[in-house]
Design a protein around this ligand. Structure first.
Ligand SMILES: [Zn+2]
Length: 160
């Protein structure tokens, strides 16, 4: 298979891949197939079971003690399959408010964040969501660092 940009030869290797294209900076996919062009450096990653990957990331985000970052709010909104307008409608806020949450100009409120977490929990029925998580949230937001590995049953996150 040749490079989609320059038609050069692609080299295939198993690597740990930073999945920043999902919008979150510290998500590492362990031992996935990466095709890299020997001519121009363009790379492509092969991500199996991508729906399960996004579910694993989402369930990790809603289980964490730190508050969500703006990028994580955006990731979860997209995970729910909603546009900014859809999300605003479900949250009962103006679309401009959602924009501010997602670009970091306004922190999502504690009640809104708990509602978002519960909305995500209802879409991830494979995992029982511990409501105690919502009683133990910190005041500060911090970006989640995860390493995920895939096997036959799905993606398995560990803290990075
Ligand atoms: Zn190339």
């Amino acid at each position: 298979m040749n490079c989609p940009s320059c038609d050069g030869k692609m080299r295939v290797a198993k690597e740990n891949f930073n999945y920043s294209s999902c919008g979150l900076p510290y998500i590492t996919l362990q031992n996935v197939e990466v095709r890299r062009c020997e001519e121009c450096g363009e790379d492509e990653v092969v991500i199996p079971k991508i729906d399960l990957l996004h579910q694993a990331i989402a369930t990790s985000l809603i289980a964490k003690r730190n508050r969500l970052t703006a990028a994580e709010v955006r990731f979860l909104r997209k995970y729910l399959g909603w546009s900014g307008v859809d999300f605003a409608r479900h949250m009962g806020v103006a679309p401009e408010t959602v924009s501010r949450w997602e670009n970091g100009r306004e922190a999502i409120g504690g009640v809104a964040e708990r509602l978002l977490r519960l909305m995500v929990a209802t879409r991830a029925p494979a995992r029982d969501y511990a409501l105690d998580t919502l009683a133990e949230l910190e005041d500060e937001a911090a970006p989640t660092r995860l390493k995920l590995a895939v096997d036959r049953t799905g993606w398995h996150p560990e803290a990075a």
